[in-house]
Design a protein around this ligand. Structure first.
Ligand code: GLC
Ligand code: CA
Length: 559
């Protein structure tokens, strides 16, 4: 029997804010802290407990803040440190905690540390980053960075290469150097002392590097191999970080930990893990090709998705938790991913919402998901901002795909699909800004927006509100929190059906992913309907006919 102590975040629901695109308060076209402050009431109304704030630190914004030039300051276009403190305090008043995005695998190349490190081979900070001599005039190995091109960039001034897992403007910090770790841990505690609720920890499994003088098996036509996270030894750094920082505070941490297998989750997440939970990728990466390529289009089936979810649910069976999510700032919109364009609607948005909200774990809602925002289709590469989109497009064309295929790739996969301005109302640019938005708004803001959702009691927004309330305080909260997960009809390509069982009680969640009726052999007699996305009550009985995109949650005695 595992004894788990109650935590303030046990039943929390997280809302992710991507500051650049959330709300612009001063008309410069870029979202800001004042914009977020002005919308706290909206988030409180939704019922969320935690805001995960994508990075707001000082940054040249090569990767929209995931390239930090000063960890102890706020980007001037977002606001000031005082405003950040105000946001923490104002959110607190509404029972909302802020968790910040901890980007410490790399800094910006504009960080003072890197500028010093680069200035000469003998600078005391030289070893804060990873520098190597050329080998036969080339980089020391064939690793390819996540955003394309070699992981190694040559510095003319000091005639060495420095290492970067992501863009060349994001040099990796050298975690082998104790001074670096100590500087980072000091900064982490400095933020925790300001009263934040914890951290989402960015790309953290990249901190331990592959051997420098070894080539890896190529996964691309150009002989390169994508950089690979979660190398042996990473845990030593993570344990030290936990001991020196997180463990001293009443907070929670959620790690973006690519490369961590389900078998390793116990080591990474939970009471004894390095973090409280990990963000799994398996259900998201279904459409990636080898080498993390977005092209050509890769088909996947509902069973692939269900299997990925189920695997994760099995792992946390004995306690522990996981991040439940369908969208974030790196992923396409879920409606666009799961539902044919002709069927994008409040009904289908509700089906997707219920499907993941009854799983075991902590649900994350990405801004705009609660009103059913969808992917955008820009007409040309120039309209895309995302560094990764530019890389994938160029790589696709270099590999011989047509520009049409490359553009289609962006329509499906670009991270800008999630980054178009939040759609507040039907006014110009969706009410995001009085000025010109940094990224074009999705033209469907006239139809899909917050104002409209708030005015319609049957909207997706209120459905999410209800889902949150069901998890937090309802007759079924405990089952949602602790019930055992089991999948039914696992072979079906049409429906996702699972149960959550706690003692005598059992919730059954049915979701029809198709546009037709599907008959399901499941005993639903004597059950109570907890939730349904149709107005007209379902016909319960020995079998049940699920209507197109119907989601139905019932509560009954476990048999
Ligand atoms: C993570 C972030 C992503 C960023 C990358 C580099 O994957 O979610 O947005 O580009 O790390 O920091
Ligand atoms: Ca602004």
């Amino acid at each position: 029997m595992i004894v788990v102590t109650a935590k303030w975040w046990d039943k929390a629901v997280v809302y992710q804010v991507y500051p650049r695109s959330f709300k612009d308060a001063n008309g410069d076209g870029v979202g800001d802290l004042q914009g977020i402050l002005s919308k706290l009431g909206y988030l409180q109304k939704l019922g969320i407990d935690v805001i995960w704030l994508s990075p707001v630190f000082a940054s040249p914004m090569k990767d929209n803040g995931y390239d930090i030039s000063d960890y102890r300051d706020i980007a001037s276009e977002f606001g000031t440190l005082e405003e950040m403190d105000e946001l923490i305090a104002e959110a607190d008043k509404r029972g909302i905690k802020i968790i910040m995005d901890l980007v410490i695998n790399h800094s910006s190349d504009q960080h003072e540390w890197f500028k010093e490190s680069k200035s000469s081979r003998t600078n005391p900070k030289r070893d804060w980053y990873i520098w190597e001599d050329p080998v036969d005039g080339r980089p020391p190995n064939n690793l390819r960075s996540i955003f394309g091109g070699s992981c190694w960039t040559y510095d003319e001034g000091t005639e060495q290469y420095y290492f970067h897992s992501f863009a060349k403007e994001q040099p990796d910090l050298n975690w082998e150097n104790p001074e670096v770790r100590s500087a980072l841990f000091g900064m982490v505690n400095w933020w925790l002392d300001r009263g934040i609720g914890g951290f989402r920890v960015d790309a953290i499994t990249f901190i331990k590097k592959q051997p420098v003088h070894e080539n890896q098996e190529p996964d691309s036509f150009d002989g390169t191999a994508i950089v690979s996270p979660n190398q042996p030894g990473v845990g030593t750094f993570l344990q030290e970080m936990k001991d020196e920082t997180f463990a001293k505070y009443d907070i929670f941490t959620v790690a973006e930990a690519p490369g961590v297998s389900s078998e390793e989750l116990g080591e990474f997440a939970g009471e004894d893990g390095y973090f409280d939970m990990v963000i799994s990728f398996d259900h998201m990466d279904l459409e990636l090709n080898e080498g993390a390529k977005w092209y050509p289009k890769k088909e996947w089936k509902l069973t692939d998705f269900k299997n990925a979810i189920t695997k994760d649910q099995q792992v946390i069976k004995e306690g522990g938790t996981t991040a439940l999510y369908m969208e974030n700032h790196d992923q396409p919109r879920s409606l666009s991913r799961f539902v044919a364009e002709k069927d994008h609607s409040v009904l289908t948005g509700k089906m997707l919402a219920a499907t993941y909200f009854f799983l075991k774990g902590m649900p994350y809602i990405y801004q705009g998901q609660e009103i059913g925002m969808t992917n955008v289709k820009f007409d040309s590469l120039e309209e895309y901002d995302d560094i990764s989109s530019h890389d994938q497009y160029t790589a696709a064309v270099r590999e011989g795909y047509s520009e049409e295929v490359a553009l289609d790739t962006l329509h499906r996969r670009s991270r800008d699909n999630a980054r178009t301005p939040m759609q507040w109302d039907a006014s110009e640019n969706g009410g995001f800004t009085e000025g010109t938005p940094w990224l074009k708004a999705n033209p469907n803001y006239s139809e899909i927006n917050v104002e409209k959702a708030l005015a319609d009691p049957d909207s997706l927004f209120y459905f999410y509100q209800k889902l949150i309330a069901l998890r937090k305080e309802s007759a079924v909260s405990d089952i949602i929190q602790d019930g055992t997960y089991e999948q039914l009809l696992s072979e079906s390509e049409d429906v996702f059906v699972y149960t959550r069982t706690l003692g005598e009680r059992r919730l059954v969640v049915f979701s029809n992913f198709t546009d037709s009726e599907v008959e399901v052999d499941a005993d639903t007699a004597d059950a109570q309907v907890v939730l349904n996305n149709y107005q007209e009550a379902p016909q319960l009985g020995g079998t049940i006919t699920l209507r197109p995109y119907e989601t139905l949650v019932i509560d009954r005695i476990a048999k």
